[in-house]
Design a protein around this ligand. Structure first.
Ligand code: LLP
Length: 411
């Protein structure tokens, strides 16, 4: 198996496993696909940094003209390091702290996507102190069912995200109270890995109608941010294409004169990456066959957290009968699995290299040091060459900020 022109077993041999491998070409193609689909509207496409926040990936996308959708001071820092200008950054999150708001205002970001009234008050206060005006979007919770995993639906009224329409209206009625803010955008993000266009349409119709209603009563909403959430193929999904999604969105916005912002993450990075892992043991029990591999839930949390499906494919083609097996990591939890009951070649043995597919988004970015496992290396392929874009962690990295307490440290 190859990533562009580079054999995956070469990367594994030279860099060790587990290792995430990304294709620069796919990353750019996916970004361009979306950009082309929305061409008539010339939107600002803010890549959702949380999907994969590696600096080289962010920088590559910034080079294509992408802005960044961030959710923390850390992501603001990363966007800065990737050379993304403030006026291409939008900032969501229900819990922005004063320190985070302060640094984002100083950076001159395009929009805060505000998620509560106390947050608006705090942004207003910080702007007053810094003597700066700031554009702010209100994140609307349009109360729609996105038909995706419960943990990643975000726009039902019982979710913590956004403001209900009634509160949005109230905020605009009392807009004078936010004297340092320009409330010029409505934002929505209804969830992730959404395969059908219908929930997007439902939500956008509600949000657009709300924006028009508010503008008719004196508001000056110039932008709509429609969030991310586009589903991709992991297994047998048939998600809407970028083209179909764009057509549906543009049909709603036709003749309405709002500038458009998008926040895709998974759509751009998801299918651009694989996780390479080696079989450490083949373990047969009376009822199961396990491939114990050197990647684990700390490297790829999605199967454990969402029962997510990732295809597992031997890097070298193997003949022979397929036998069902679980692919599991070495972490001390039964929830530590990469795949369950998958038909895999019976001839697979120790040392075999497996590719865990479609792990470019929410793979490395959700990884941890659980079980004191060093986080994996990341590699970016460009044609027939590759570069290490994050070194594998060493043991020293695991304890870098730790202190063995002696009499001196008690405060
Ligand atoms: N905008 C906002 C405000 C978001 O919260 C998110 C993702 C995005 C954009 C990008 O969504 P995307 O285009 O990637 O669907 N860890 C989960 C996904 C969590 C998504 C969180 N928010 C997973 O592995 O499936």
């Amino acid at each position: 198996m190859y990533c562009e022109g580079v054999a995956l077993d070469r990367i594994a041999r030279e860099q060790g496993t587990p290792v995430f491998v990304y294709s620069r070409k796919v990353l750019i193609e996916r970004f361009q696909e979306l950009k082309q689909a929305f061409k008539p509207a010339q939107p600002l496409i803010c890549y959702s940094v949380k999907a994969n926040s590696n600096l080289s990936l962010c920088k590559t996308l910034a080079g294509e003209g992408a802005g960044m959708d961030i959710v923390s001071g850390g992501e603001l820092f990363r966007a800065g390091k990737a050379g993304v200008p403030g006026d291409k950054i939008v900032y969501a999150s229900v819990g922005k702290t004063e320190e985070e708001i302060d640094s984002a205002v100083k950076k001159g970001i395009l929009f805060f996507n505000a998620e509560s009234v106390p947050e608006l008050d705090l942004i207003n206060k910080v702007c007053g102190r810094l003597k700066k005006r700031q554009a702010v979007a209100l994140r609307v919770n349009p109360d729609v069912e996105a038909h995706t995993h419960e943990y990643i639906t975000t726009a039902r009224k019982q979710n913590k995200f956004g403001l209900d329409p009634k509160t949005v209206r109230k905020v605009f009625r009392e807009a004078g109270r936010f004297e340092h803010l320009d409330l010029t955008c409505l934002h929505m993000h209804i969830g992730s890995q959404i395969e059908k266009v219908k929930p997007f349409v439902q939500a956008l119709e509600r949000v657009t109608a709300l924006a028009e209603e508010l503008n008719a009563t004196g508001a000056r909403i110039t932008h709509l941010n429609i969030g991310g959430g586009l589903g991709i193929v992991y297994d047998k999904e048939k998600p809407q294409s970028a083209k179909l999604y764009a057509q549906a969105v543009l049909a709603i916005l036709k003749g309405k004169n709002f500038k458009l912002i998008l926040e895709p993450g998974r759509f751009i990075a998801g299918n651009a990456g694989v996780l390479l892992t080696r079989v450490v043991y083949v373990k047969n029990t009376p009822v199961k066959r396990f491939f114990v591999v050197d990647a684990a839930m700390n490297d790829l949390l999605r199967p454990s957290l969402y029962a997510a499906f990732h295809a597992v494919v031997p890097v070298r083609k193997r003949q022979g009968r397929l036998k069902k097996a679980d692919v599991v990591g070495p972490v001390c939890e039964s929830g530590d699995f990469i795949a369950k009951d998958r038909p895999l070649p019976g001839s697979l043995g120790t040392g075999e290299l497996l590719a865990v597919m479609s792990t470019g988004a929410y793979g490395f970015s959700m990884s941890s040091n659980y079980n004191s496992r060093r986080r994996a290396a990341e590699v970016l392929v460009n044609g027939s060459k590759y570069a290490v874009i994050r070194k594998r962690e060493g043991y020293a990295d695991l304890i870098r900020n730790e202190v063995i307490v002696t009499d001196k440290e008690w405060l």
